[in-house]
Design a protein around this ligand. Structure first.
Ligand code: PPS
Length: 301
């Protein structure tokens, strides 16, 4: 159903989408339509890919990586929206549909690329080019809460139903980009075969400097104290929340009155939303799904 986008006086009407399966993964309709084109995208060896499950800290890592690649906080970083500095592979503008790969094809190298794709849907050229990939993972419970509010604010995401219904959809992987469990574990497994630096959101919250000092050499850069301090200041939650280049206040189909995109930026917010029974149910499913992996998360600091 078409909905007013929430901006007073705006004539823009947007529609909540339904999901279509691609190789068993529920995806937005446009991805389904452009799947072949996206699969054939040509990655280059000097591309840097930031890959995440939705709500794991994509925007944060893009800002950190862009600062590292640029040698600090440049005018471009200050003045261009995050989405244009790091095009999203599977983006499709809904009115004049074109996939993010068209934008990337027109972007000069070295390119910073953003994706939420699970391993099996990543264009094969990324593996062939052996470009550097930074994967950010965040604990399943905080992602669930963040994703729920994101569905509410982004009027192009599918209907969530009630909190209880969304909780079940997420646990069973029936949400856009599929199962959190499959996503984080398959990226974990592939990290040793490819140039994948696997970073945890919780580690960035706890010690951003340490993370910057890990990511920089991975990207072939080293910095002194002044630049690292500048990057840490620029990418702090309060600054990114107030920065129109990172807070998505420029997208008319984001109704930020429902929830800000930069919502809380915390570890453990799930405790304000899960009932005791939901936590028990979640834990049971979590143990079952994560039994065979060495991947471990922190959901409280
Ligand atoms: S998206 O829509 O999938 O690209 O969203 P994504 O950027 O991956 O995740 C959004 C969540 O990341 C939080 N965030 C941050 N936390 C701490 N510090 C900084 N600088 C920061 N930037 C973004 C953002 O607030 C969302 O999490 P929640 O829990 O909803 O606040």
């Amino acid at each position: 159903m078409a909905e007013d986008c929430g901006i007073p006086g705006s004539l823009l009407k947007v529609e909540r989408q339904t999901l279509y399966e691609v190789d068993g993964v529920p995806m937005m309709r446009r991805f389904f339509e452009y799947n072949e084109k996206i699969r054939n995208f040509e990655a280059k060896p000097d591309d840097v890919l930031v890959a995440t499950y939705p709500k794991a800290g994509t925007t944060w890592m893009i800002e950190i990586v862009d600062c590292i690649l640029s040698g600090g906080v440049t005018d471009k970083i200050r003045n261009q929206p995050s989405g244009t500095r790091a095009p999203f592979i599977e983006l499709c503008k809904s009115s004049h549909s074109y996939p993010g790969v068209d934008i990337l094809d027109a972007t000069p190298s070295p390119r910073l690329v953003n994706t939420h794709l699970p391993v099996k849907l990543v264009p094969p050229s990324f593996w062939e080019s052996n470009c550097r990939i930074i994967y950010v993972a965040r604990n399943a419970k905080d992602v669930l809460v963040s994703y729920y509010f994101f569905h509410k604010l982004n009027l192009r995401m599918p209907e969530t139903g009630s909190w209880e219904e969304f909780f079940e959809s997420y646990l069973s992987g029936k949400v856009a980009w599929g199962s959190w469990f499959d996503h984080v574990t398959t990226w974990w497994d592939i990290r040793q075969r490819q140039q994948v630096l696997y970073i945890f959101y919780e580690d960035i919250v706890q010690d951003p400097q340490r993370v910057i000092e890990r990511v920089s050499p991975f990207l072939g850069r080293t910095f002194g104290r002044t630049v690292i301090d500048e990057i840490m200041k620029h990418t702090a939650f309060s600054n990114m929340k107030d920065n129109p280049m990172t807070n998505f206040s420029n997208l008319p189909w984001f109704n930020l009155k429902v929830s800000p995109f930069m919502r809380k930026g915390k570890v453990g917010d799930w405790k304000n939303h899960f009932t005791v029974a939901q936590n028990e149910r979640f834990e049971k499913e979590y143990q079952r799904r994560m039994a065979k992996t060495s991947l471990r998360f922190t959901d409280d600091l």
